[in-house]
Design a protein around this ligand. Structure first.
Ligand SMILES: Nc1ncnc2c1ncn2[C@@H]1O[C@H](COP(=O)(O)OP(=O)(O)OP(=O)(O)O)[C@@H](O)[C@H]1O
Length: 254
């Protein structure tokens, strides 16, 4: 552990001044311009920012799929050099294998236990996301919302300490989006994870997060941070939720 970083045991993720540029035909494109952030164990942090500001680039560095040019990401006080088994990314693109059933998809990454135990765990998490009875279904037999649930179950079955979510519900219609948020909140009540959510949906951030980080345009830095002190279940039509939503939108220039 580097003495320069002020790390506390309850800090799950410490982001220490990370920067990232890309070389393009037009020259160097600075995308992430110096981000420092500390996320407590069990905290739910939502990151919102204008289109193209560098949210996904930031997320890739946070979950270890990409390395910053400068700065570091520490998980449990350890500098991270690549993806770690402590975290799982759920992205908008989806990663369910179409040639496997729901149950087989969930069993896929499990190691060190018998096939029967894997199947039992898989079925437990399938039920947890409300898909009991669909264990033997293939992805083409499921709706978009159901697939998203499989996606989440597939991440949860691995018992990750950190859930990285990059616009996980953006492809869903408004009703299914709301349903999935409620589902996620219910699951997090049962099994607490540290969650990092990237979203362009400010209402989603207000509904779900303990803290909302607003990013500036590219090269992105943290422009503002909002603590969400609204108890769950949150009523999105409440004055506090509406005020917060407006304050975040104002930061985004809307
Ligand atoms: N590997 C790369 N090489 C070159 N440029 C890249 C690379 N990855 C991202 N970029 C550029 O970085 C900028 C930010 O992209 P990024 O996908 O991180 O933004 P975003 O905020 O997630 O976008 P959106 O709001 O559209 O989801 C874009 O201009 C993109 O073209």
């Amino acid at each position: 552990m580097d003495a320069k970083v002020n790390y506390k045991v309850a800090d799950k993720i410490v982001v220490d001044d990370i920067r990232r540029s890309f070389e393009t035909r037009k020259g160097t494109l600075p995308v992430v311009g110096g981000i420092s952030l500390t996320i407590r164990d069990g905290e739910f942090v939502a990151i919102v920012g204008p289109s193209g500001c560098g949210k996904s680039t930031l997320m890739k560095m946070l979950c270890g799929f990409d390395q910053p040019d400068e700065g570091r990401v520490l998980i449990d006080g350890q500098v991270r050099h690549g993806p770690s088994s402590k975290g799982i990314l759920i992205s908008q693109h989806g990663s369910v294998f179409p040639w496997l059933t729901v149950q087989q998809n969930l069993m896929f990454g499990l190691d060190g236990i018998s096939e029967a135990e894997k199947a039992e765990l898989a079925d437990h998490y399938t039920a947890m996301v409300g898909l009991k009875g669909f264990e033997k279904s293939y992805s083409h037999e499921l709706s978009g919302g159901m697939l998203k649930r499989v996606e989440i179950a597939r991440a949860l079955v691995m018992k990750p300490e950190i859930l990285y979510m990059d616009e996980p519900f953006s492809a869903l219609d408004a009703l299914m989006n709301l349903k999935m948020r409620m589902e996620l909140l219910r699951i997090l009540e049962e099994e607490r994870h540290t969650v990092l959510l990237i979203t362009h949906d400010v209402e989603e951030a207000v509904h779900l997060a303990d803290r909302i980080v607003v990013l500036s345009p590219r090269p992105t830095t943290i422009q503002a941070t909002f603590e969400v002190n609204i108890p769950h279940p949150r009523k999105m039509s409440s004055p506090e939720a509406q005020d917060l939503k407006e304050a975040v939108l104002k930061e985004l220039g809307l």
